[in-house]
Design a protein around this ligand. Structure first.
Ligand code: ADP
Ligand code: MG
Length: 138
């Protein structure tokens, strides 16, 4: 079983969509093995998205990600990283397949409802950013 880090972003928690989005993961065979609701500081968002620090959207993204509550979660399943990316859909909701979370709930390329790790290696780093081993129910 593989693990991946998922975040329900502030645009989606503001619309009370956490449960609706969680049911998408469960219906598609992913298991939520850790979960917490929190609000990042700007500095924490800067750190989490450090890989994007040279991108034009970095500052706006970090402002957005620290603007409200998020739900951070560890998802587990076969090929969880790739499977979650499929369930999420493309970064820009306008390009995401019908039936994906971003197509159904994303509002814009920035306010796109969910984050998901893009590789097994990054998943490990991102999971460790939010969770201690004790909090993850393997
Ligand atoms: P993904 O979340 O699909 O892995 P990226 O890692 O490329 O996409 O980008 C991280 C996040 O930054 C996206 O989910 C989105 O919220 C935001 N973002 C990406 N590209 C843009 C853009 N061109 N303009 C504004 N925000 C963007
Ligand atoms: Mg990414």
């Amino acid at each position: 079983m593989q693990k991946t880090l998922s975040i329900i972003k502030p645009d989606a928690t503001a619309r009370n969509l956490a449960g609706t989005i969680n049911s998408r993961f469960e219906q598609n065979g992913l298991r939520i093995i850790a979960q917490k609701r929190l609000q990042l500081t700007k500095a924490q968002a800067n750190k989490f998205y450090e890989v994007h620090k040279d991108k034009a959207f970095y500052d706006s993204l970090c402002e957005f990600m620290s603007s409200g509550q998020i739900v951070a979660q560890v998802l587990s399943g076969e090929d969880a990283v790739t499977k979650n990316r499929e369930i999420m859909g493309a970064t820009n909701p306008a390009n995401a397949e019908i039936g994906t979370i971003r197509r159904d709930f994303g509002e814009s390329i920035e306010h796109n409802a969910v984050h998901g790790s893009d590789s097994e290696e990054n998943a490990e780093t991102e999971i460790a950013f939010f969770f201690s081993g004790l909090e993850i129910m393997e």
